[in-house]
Design a protein around this ligand. Structure first.
Ligand SMILES: Nc1ncnc2c1ncn2[C@@H]1O[C@H](COP(=O)(O)OP(=O)(O)O)[C@@H](O)[C@H]1O
Ligand SMILES: [Mg+2]
Length: 227
């Protein structure tokens, strides 16, 4: 019953988008609950739109008083639980990370964004010390240009790797379709190619990303790291 928590201090890093994209992919084969702990509740709003998969439910009443219970209840109901958080400063982040089988740290590929991502990594380390267990995590580079890899992005990724930071091999590309999810309140699979370009490429990217996350979860369970 893996719980995947999305953490980054920076608004706009791509947490909500990468959480929803993953949720939709998982829902194709297994029930998933998204705990929408962003006070603006973007995923709850999205789910009120049409064509939300029957396998995907959203819970939006989590706060720092109840988040551990809310995660536990969700994990008892569905095999996958995703938690979309806002920022890193709040206690709710530390509490949610304490329940995580995998933490995903979305970040855009600039130096400033990377510095912010490091704050998220510090929260993970802090939680590891508190709970005396390793918290599997991966940095997900988001909003990259699918056709050109900029030197800045390459440099940053190398710097992360050299610092021993776990990175997902998959990046979430900048795609109109990923934006359109929230503009049309529809899943990727129901966007209309007349409105949105390159939906197929976004779907392929989403599938690759979800497959890597599932592999990471399997690997950490085999290592006995994840709960
Ligand atoms: N891969 C992407 N491709 C295109 N737009 C994206 C992508 N990821 C995020 N965005 C856009 O960037 C903005 C911030 O993304 P969001 O997922 O809400 O970040 P966060 O939850 O970290 O604040 C939103 O307008 C979203 O539509
Ligand atoms: Mg968000």
């Amino acid at each position: 019953m893996p719980t995947i928590v999305f953490v980054s201090p920076k608004g706009g890093a791509g947490k909500t988008t990468s959480a929803l994209v993953l949720a939709e992919q998982i829902a194709r084969s297994a029930p998933v609950t998204v705990i929408d702990a962003d006070p603006n509740h973007p995923i709850q709003t999205w789910a009120a739109g049409p064509n939300t998969p029957a396998n995907l439910s959203v819970v939006a009443h989590a706060d720092e008083e109840n988040v551990i219970d809310v995660i536990e209840e969700a994990a008892a109901r569905t095999p996958f639980v995703l938690v979309d958080l806002e920022g890193t400063a709040a206690k709710i982040v530390l509490l949610a990370v304490s329940q995580a089988d995998l933490v995903i740290v979305p970040t855009q590929g600039s130096q400033l964004d990377a510095a912010q991502a490091s704050r998220a990594l510090r929260v993970i380390r802090q939680q590891e010390k508190m709970s005396r267990r390793a918290v599997p995590y991966g940095v997900l580079i988001t909003r990259t240009n699918p056709t050109i890899r900029t030197r800045t992005a390459t440099h940053l990724m190398n710097a992360f790797r050299e610092a021993g930071i776990a990175m997902l091999d998959t990046e979430l590309h900048e795609r109109e379709a990923f934006k359109a999810l929230f503009a049309f309140n529809q899943p990727l699979s129901h966007l209309d190619p007349k409105d949105v370009s390159n939906i197929d490429k976004a779907v392929a990217n989403a599938e690759e990303y979800a497959a890597e996350v599932i592999n990471l979860l399997r690997a950490s369970q085999q290592n006995g790291v994840a709960a």
